[in-house]
Write a protein that binds this ligand. Structure first.
Ligand SMILES: [Zn+2]
Ligand SMILES: [Zn+2]
Length: 242
C-alpha cells in the first residue's frame, strides 16, 4: 500500500533555516528567529537626541538638530553616519560572534538592525545609486573567510532594491583601531584605501556600509576617497555604533 510522504510541518521547515536556540542566551525558541523575544527586546536602540553627524546619543531634552563636540572639531567626509543601535550587550555579542566566531548566519539579525537605519530621517526618502561596503584588506579577508560589511551590504541591497558594488580596496593591513588614540588612528588610516582601477563612482550618491562605527575615521576616510573619485555624496549606515 502506497503512503503519501508526510509533509514536514512548518516548524520543522523553519528549523532547517533557523537555529532552534537564541543566539544570545541559548534559550530554546520555536518560531523563526535568531534571538528570543526577551533578548531581541534588550537590543539597545539609539533614540533621540543624538548627534546628526555620527549618531552618538545624548541624555536630556535637546530638540534642535546638533552635532557633538567630537564631530564639530574634526573634518568628516561623509554627510552623516546613521546607526540604529549601540554596540552593547546583545548587539555587541551578536556582531562579535558573526565577525570573529564564523557564525555567518548571524548576518541576518545584524542586517535587520542595519536595515532600521533606512527609516532614519537622514536617509529616508533619499535616493542612493550605490551601496558600498567598507573593504577588508585581502589578507584579513582570507583570514576571516568573508568581509562582514560586504555580506551586510548584499542583504540590505536585496531588501532595499539597491545596487551593491565594491569600488574601494584596502591597501594596508592596519592593526586593530581600538588600540590607538584618535590622532594615531587617523595616521594609521592614511592611504589605507583607494579606488579600484576600473571603478567609476562619478556623479553617484553612495551609501557606505559597515557593521560597527567605532570612531568614524574609517568611514570618513572611505568617503574622502569616494568623493575624490567624483562621488556626489556619501552617507554611511552601520548596524551599531560604539
Ligand atoms: Zn535570548
Ligand atoms: Zn558626532
Amino acid at each position: 500500500m502506497w503512503k503519501l510522504p508526510i509533509l514536514p510541518s512548518l516548524n520543522a521547515l523553519a528549523s532547517l533555516l533557523y537555529p532552534a536556540h537564541c543566539a544570545a542566551c541559548s534559550e530554546a525558541i520555536n518560531f523563526p528567529a535568531y534571538l528570543c523575544l526577551s533578548c531581541a527586546a534588550k537590543a539597545p536602540r539609539i533614540k533621540p537626541p543624538f548627534c546628526a553627524t555620527c549618531s552618538e546619543p545624548f541624555d536630556g531634552h535637546i530638540t534642535e538638530v546638533f552635532s557633538c563636540a567630537n564631530c564639530a572639531h574634526r573634518v568628516l567626509h561623509f554627510e552623516a553616519s546613521v546607526s540604529a543601535y549601540r554596540s552593547r550587550g546583545v548587539v555587541r555579542k551578536i556582531v562579535h560572534d558573526f565577525k570573529y566566531r564564523q557564525q555567518i548566519h548571524l548576518r541576518f539579525p545584524v542586517a535587520d538592525w542595519l536595515a532600521e537605519t533606512l527609516h532614519d530621517p537622514r536617509l529616508d526618502g533619499r535616493r542612493f545609486d550605490l551601496l558600498v561596503p567598507v573593504p577588508l584588506h585581502p589578507a584579513r579577508k582570507r583570514e576571516r573567510g568573508f568581509n562582514q560589511a560586504a555580506l551586510l551590504a548584499e542583504l540590505l541591497g536585496r531588501r532595499a532594491g539597491l545596487r551593491v558594488q565594491e569600488p574601494l580596496e584596502r591597501l594596508r593591513y592596519t592593526t586593530t583601531q581600538t588600540a590607538f588614540d584618535r590622532a594615531e588612528r587617523m595616521e594609521n588610516l592614511r592611504d589605507a584605501f583607494r579606488l579600484r582601477k576600473k571603478a567609476d563612482v562619478r556623479g553617484l550618491r553612495v551609501l557606505l556600509i559597515d557593521d560597527v562605527l567605532t570612531t568614524g575615521s574609517t568611514l570618513s576616510e572611505c568617503a574622502r576617497v569616494l568623493k575624490a573619485g567624483g562621488a556626489l555624496s556619501v552617507h554611511a549606515a552601520t548596524a551599531a555604533r560604539a
